[in-house]
Design a protein around this ligand. Structure first.
Ligand code: TYD
Ligand code: MG
Length: 451
């Protein structure tokens, strides 16, 4: 057996042929260390795998575990899958630990044996949190450790838990691996060991992952490929709502969302979020438009606001909050050119109400409506609701989820419905008493402001 040597950066995982003081990839000093591996001969490395007929493959140990909440079960598919590994990412303080501790409480009530392993908090801290969440007396099992060996020992007990939560993957270290906690090689080694344990013992493992400044899950992108499902929790301290999204799901639907509200006793599920984000909207003011937006598989009513004022600077200001500023610039250019409005002399500020952040083409028409409403200083018709994508030519394009949006608008009693022409033919006939204004071009929008 030959000994092969190579050098690897403990921070970024980059490999180099020889030792260097500074990593050429991430620029860190003193992070390159020698890794010695026993090179296997070609015949040993060759897989001995023989294909199996899927008809004969057993799926024992691959059943759903109900979380005890119908909403969370549906959000994930049908619950937690035995032997699967979930990764939950989110900014610090967003509520990951809170959500997972509450999930433990409801799993415990189902008769399931979950264990919470925290590398970030001590047992008294966990107890305080559990008490605050009203989980006393549920017999929740917890372990405070940062050693992978402890986690693996917990998994190999006689009465092994069915679900474990590891908070967080960046705090766990393996003794077999060099590098500090949270370094690429540690994260990779710890994740691989836990995935292996989950698969062989049929245990569901939920990993918490930190995210970096630009919103990525810290550590190798590989981590997201290794796990079965990735959940992302979004929100910030300025608002009390949190949105949990399924980013990847090997066992159930993706693009599901769960809207949660942070109260003093933890996170509450908002069962019908359709008008949740409209709190305190005043429809009688100019510059406010209602949009039936699509978030995952849900149609949510959101408010889009615009403020158009005379500009006194050398350059007009354009500011967007909650959506991409390029989108605003693009729409203003279209409005300026196609409707011959002199927006070049105006400052324009636009924002999605309720603290939401969205990337949704359906917002376009609502933004145009809000900008025109503020420009003319005339409120939009009360109850008017918009959706549609605006082309560079000023044409309005039909978008995904048209029927879902139309049904939701009708059930909430909104009208007139201002939406792309040709979205569907039946809309006018099927909603008696409700006006639909199908529009083909943003020029048609000026009808809303004619006396
Ligand atoms: P936490 O779950 O610790 O966040 P993460 O694990 O994602 O870092 O959330 C902590 C925040 O939640 C903290 O700012 C306080 C707030 N919080 C409440 O508002 N109510 C509660 O019942 C709890 C437990 C926390
Ligand atoms: Mg936490």
């Amino acid at each position: 057996m030959k000994h092969k040597r190579h050098f690897e950066c403990r921070e970024c995982g980059a490999r180099t042929a020889q030792w260097q003081g500074q990593c050429p990839t991430c620029g860190q000093w003193g992070t390159i260390a020698e890794i010695s591996q026993e090179a296997k001969s070609a015949s040993e490395a060759a897989p001995a795998g023989r294909p199996a007929s899927l008809d004969q493959v057993s799926i024992q140990g691959r059943e759903w575990i109900s979380t005890g909440s119908a909403a969370v079960d549906a959000f994930l598919g049908q619950g937690l899958m035995q032997g699967s590994v979930l990764l939950m990412g989110g900014a610090p303080g967003v509520g990951k630990s809170t959500f997972l501790l509450q999930l433990m409480g409801s799993l415990e009530q189902q008769g399931c044996r979950p264990v919470y392993i925290s590398g970030e908090e001590s047992l008294p801290q966990l107890k305080q949190r559990a008490d605050r969440l009203g989980l006393q007396g549920r017999g929740i099992l917890a372990l405070s450790s940062t050693r992978l060996a402890d986690v693996l020992a917990c998994l190999s007990q006689d009465r092994a838990p069915e679900v474990i939560i590891v908070d967080s993957i960046q705090t766990m270290t393996s003794e077999e691996c060099e590098g500090g906690a949270g370094s690429v090689s540690q994260v990779r080694t710890v994740a691989a060991a836990l995935i292996e344990a989950a698969k062989t013992r049929g245990i569901c493992v939920i990993l918490v992952g930190h995210i970096t400044k630009d919103g990525q899950i810290a550590g190798p992108k590989l981590l997201e490929h290794m796990v079965d499902s990735v959940l992302a929790m979004e929100g910030d301290g300025n608002n009390d709502f949190r949105i949990l999204r399924v980013v990847k799901n090997r066992y159930g639907p993706t693009s599901n969302i769960l809207v949660l509200k942070m109260v003093h006793k933890g996170l509450q599920i908002v069962h019908d979020p359709s008008t949740f984000f409209l709190r305190a909207r005043d429809a009688s003011l100019s510059g406010s438009a209602l949009v039936m937006a699509l978030e995952g598989q849900r149609a949510l009513a959101v408010e889009v606001q615009a403020l158009v004022t005379e500009s006194f600077g050398p350059m007009p200001k354009r500011t967007s909050v909650g959506f991409d500023s390029n989108r605003l610039n693009l729409l203003l250019a279209i409005v300026e050119k196609r409707l011959q409005l002199r927006l070049g002399a105006m400052d324009v500020y636009a924002k999605i109400g309720g603290g939401l952040k969205m990337e949704e083409p359906g917002l376009d028409l609502g933004l145009v409506a809000a900008v025109l409403s503020s420009y003319y200083d005339r409120p939009l018709p009360e109850g008017a609701v918009f959706w549609g994508e605006v082309d560079l030519s000023g044409q309005i394009r039909p978008i995904a989820g048209h029927d879902l949006r139309r049904r939701q608008a009708a059930s909430l009693g909104y009208h007139p419905v201002v939406c792309p022409a040709g979205g569907d033919r039946s809309s006018q006939a099927s909603s008696p008493g409700r006006t639909t204004l199908p529009i083909a071009n943003i020029r048609d929008m000026t009808r809303l402001f004619s006396p």
